[in-house]
Design a protein around this ligand. Structure first.
Ligand code: SAM
Ligand code: SF4
Ligand code: F3S
Length: 454
């Protein structure tokens, strides 16, 4: 029997956690399994194969996985399945980190695959179905860039386009370089070919992906740098171009200028700062200080006055004092972010920060965190209010889950926008379409308005 004979009509369901890299990897897994005859389903109960795309950036994600994998033992297979048990596969960053040990701690796990072994998943599942036992494949440091896989996108009008994988920065708190490997850049010709193919099939929005897209090309011969990739992809004519994530130490003047020059580069940038304290930034090995960061913010606003900025912040890094925290608080207050992702420091075994002395009580960290969240919400509302009375282009995704009479989409600044569905019209007519919306209400996390054009 061939692999496709074995996999045809087997149903699969994927749980995806973590960052956009995992979201993109899940779309590639879906494309790959579908090309082998498997059928995607929308609930665990309907699935014969379940795949966990895991994240270990913080401890909570680890704990959740263990609980979830154990509880699915009690979920029966769908009616009519010829299998005697559901096939459980663990991929993503916990798969990469723990490998075969997962089959020892979780007795219902059949397949473990690493972050660089996605294309092997159909073979591993076939192995379990034909021979039984466990199949584990973890590649340590592949130098290939395997993105040439079919992909079943969750949003057909919007595509992730990885330009780098891995990370060489080794921020002292972060596990990512240990589970995603060294940074590798994809050839610019491949990136552009991929972008052109997306545009030809009607994709409206492309997001260039990498842990640090700004260091693109350091491992390639010749000169293409991130600004070149940005310009080349913008030249494909895609309606909306975005990128994530940027490390402040590598954001160049040329990339900053691109925000003022390229019409289809959206006025939104995620620029993780992590801390406002220079002492903590140094201990984090971020290699910039707050003055450098604030200088970038000034240049970005000079290049594109309307730009919406977002960031990541860690509270409670080892040794953080009240003064260090206050410096972070002040920086967040002064920049005026549209969104701040706030995290309590989570100790990750194997990272340098895990060995740093830390005696800050948990309740002190929690109080700092709560103060920061209150500030972040106040500033986000302030930022959203600047859109009141403006007409914004909104790329619609469909009806709101809570209220099907409302359409939901995103503005160029990546702010969620709600607008009432016009009477007598079907929401599906708006999916993947950009319409003008007059903004008449601003809330902390979204805007509401009325359609100007149909
Ligand atoms: N590559 C991106 C960058 O340079 O900022 C971010 C990638 S990381 C997956 C996303 C965010 O998780 C980080 O920006 C950081 O704020 C947070 N993070 C990473 N490790 C963490 C840890 N040990 N504890 C708490 N937050 C963490
Ligand atoms: Fe982690 Fe730092 Fe790399 Fe981002 S740049 S993935 S925070 S090590
Ligand atoms: Fe998590 Fe791995 Fe992304 S640890 S944040 S899924 S790179």
């Amino acid at each position: 029997m061939t692999m496709n004979d074995i996999l045809t009509n087997k149903t699969f369901y994927t749980f995806t956690y973590g960052c956009q890299m995992n979201e993109h990897d899940s779309e590639r897994i879906a494309g790959l399994l579908e090309s082998c005859g498997c059928v995607p389903v929308s609930t665990l109960e309907e699935s014969e194969i379940v795949i966990f795309m895991t994240c270990c950036v913080r401890e909570r994600a680890d704990i959740r996985l263990m609980g979830q994998v154990s509880t699915i033992k009690g979920v029966p297979l769908p009616e009519g399945s010829a299998l005697d048990k559901r096939i459980v596969c663990i991929g993503g960053c916990i798969g990469q980190r723990d490998g075969i040990a997962l089959t020892e701690t979780l007795d219902n796990v059949d397949v473990v695959f690493g972050t660089q072994n996605i294309e092997r998943l159909p073979y591993l599942i076939t192995g379990v179905l034909s021979q039984g036992g466990h199949f584990v494949e973890i590649e340590q440091d592949s130098d290939s860039f395997s993105t040439d896989l079919p992909s079943d996108r969750e949003k057909p009008w919007s595509a992730w386009l990885p330009i780098t994988v891995g990370c060489d920065n080794f921020c002292t708190f972060c596990i990512v370089p240990y589970v995603r490997g060294r940074e590798r850049s994809r050839a610019i010709e491949d990136v552009v070919m991929n972008a052109e193919a997306y545009v030809a099939e009607g994709v409206k929005e492309i997001t260039l992906l990498g842990q640090n897209v700004n260091s693109y090309g350091r491992d390639l011969y010749g000169s293409p740098r991130f600004a070149d990739v940005l310009k080349a992809v913008a030249a494909t004519g895609v309606e909306r171009l975005r990128f994530a994530t940027s490390h402040p130490k590598d954001l160049t003047d040329e990339v900053i200028a691109a925000f003022g020059e390229l019409d289809n580069l959206m006025p939104a940038l995620h620029l993780p700062v992590q801390s406002g304290s220079d002492r903590i930034l140094e201990d984090m090995n971020r290699t910039y200080d707050s003055a450098h960061y604030l200088g970038l913010v000034r240049k970005l606003r000079a290049s594109c006055p309307d730009i919406a900025l977002s960031t990541d912040v860690i509270v409670g890094f080892p040794g953080e004092t009240e003064e260090d925290f206050q410096a972070t608080y002040d920086l967040i207050e002064s920049v005026g972010y549209s969104q701040v992702f706030t995290f309590i420091y989570s100790r990750r075994e194997g990272t340098p920060a895990a060995d740093m002395f830390d005696d800050t009580p948990r309740d002190v960290i929690q109080r700092r965190f709560d103060r920061l969240v209150e500030l972040v919400q106040r500033k986000a509302l302030e930022q959203n209010r600047r859109f009141l009375g403006r007409d914004l282009d909104v790329l619609f995704e469909g009806p709101s889950r809570r209220d099907p009479s409302m359409l939901v989409g995103h503005s160029p600044h990546n702010v969620t926008v709600h607008a009432p569905l016009p009477a007598g019209m079907d929401a599906s007519a708006f999916v993947g379409r950009t319409c003008l919306v007059h903004i008449d209400e601003a809330k902390t996390w979204y805007l509401s308005g009325t359609l100007v054009e149909r």
